[in-house]
Write a protein of this length. Sequence first.
Length: 365
Amino acid sequence: MRIMDSTPKADGFYMPSELARHRCTYLLWPEREDNWRFNAEYGQAAFKEVIQAIAKYEPVVVGVDKSQYLNLLEMNMPNVQIVEISNNDSWIRDTGATFVVDGFGRMRAVDFKFNAYGGLVNGIYFPWDQDDYIAPKMAAIEAVDYYHLTDFVLEGGAVHSDGEGTLLVTEETMLDPGRNPEMTKEQIEEKLKDYLGAEKVLWIPKGIYMDEDTNGHVDNICQFVAPGKVVLAWEDNPEDPQHERSQMAYDYLSSQTDAKGRPIEIVKIHVPNPILITEEESKGVDVVEGTFPRRPGDRLPASYINYYNCNGAIILPVFKDPHDQAAIDTLQSLFPDKVIEPIYARELLLGGGNIHCITQQVPLP
C-alpha cells in the first residue's frame, strides 16, 4: 500500500457511480452516548437492521471499537465481516475512504481531511481524531494505494457522482466557513475534479431544511439515478421552508447539462410530513458542551433521497408517513430490477443522519 503523490485524475482514476457493482459495503457501529440515546441501544438496533438488509445482496464490513468487538462477533450475522476500527462516531459515508477506479481493473482510495463538519468554527463534536484515520485504515483493509489530502476538507455525503464525469454538491456545504474558508468556489471545484476524476460540478444552492449537522449535504436532497437523471427531494406546500429549497434546486438543475452535454431530467420525490422530536426522544443523551442540543419540537431533516443503492436493492428510509408508499413506488419504477427494502429510519434521523450517511460502498474495480 502506497501513499500517492499525484492526483486520481492525472493517473486516470475517477469516482464511479454508486449504481456500479460493489465489492462490499462498510458501516461503523454506533456508540457515542452524547449522540445515540440510552447507550446507543436504539441506534444499534437500527444499524443492525440496515446491515442485515444490505448483507442479503452484497458482503458487509462493520468497523467497531474494541469495546464492542466481541458483541458484534456474537451476533453471527451472515455475510458480515467484523473489523476493529477506532472511531469517534459512525458516519462512515463522511469519514471513510472514497474509492476511485480506472476502468481497467485497478482501484485506489482517496483520504480527504475530516473535521466533524466544521472543525472549531462550527463542527458538531470534538474530538474527531480517530475519524480522520478511518479512510487509510479502509485502504489498508482493501489493500489499495491511496491519495492523502491534508489541506482539503470533504465529507463523502457532500458529493455524488454519476460515474461519467459529473458531480453533484451543494453550495451550502461546500462554501461553509468551517470547511475550506481559504479557497474560492473555483478552487474547490478544481480540487473536486482533480481528486474525483470529474469534468463538471453541479452546484445546487441548498440542502434539506434543518440539515444543520452537515450544513445541507447533497445526498439528502438529490441523487443520480442514471447519467443525466436525478431524484430530487420535493415539497409542494409553499408555506413549508423546504419548498423554496427544493424549488431553487429544481430551477438550477433544469438550466444545466451534465459533463456529456445532456440536460438533467428531474424526478421529484415528496419529503415526508414534518417530523418533530418528541419529549421522550429528547431524553437519554449525554449532554456535552459543543454538541447540538436535542429539544422536543425540533424538526428533523427527513428525506427519502438518503437511500443506499446496493447491488440488488435500494435500502430506503421510511417514516410511517403518508408519503412512504409514493417514494417506494417511484423508486421501484426507476429501478425495476432491484428490490426496494424499506427500513423505518426515525432513530437514524435522531442521531443526525440516515441510511446513506452510515454506508460507504467499495466498487468492483
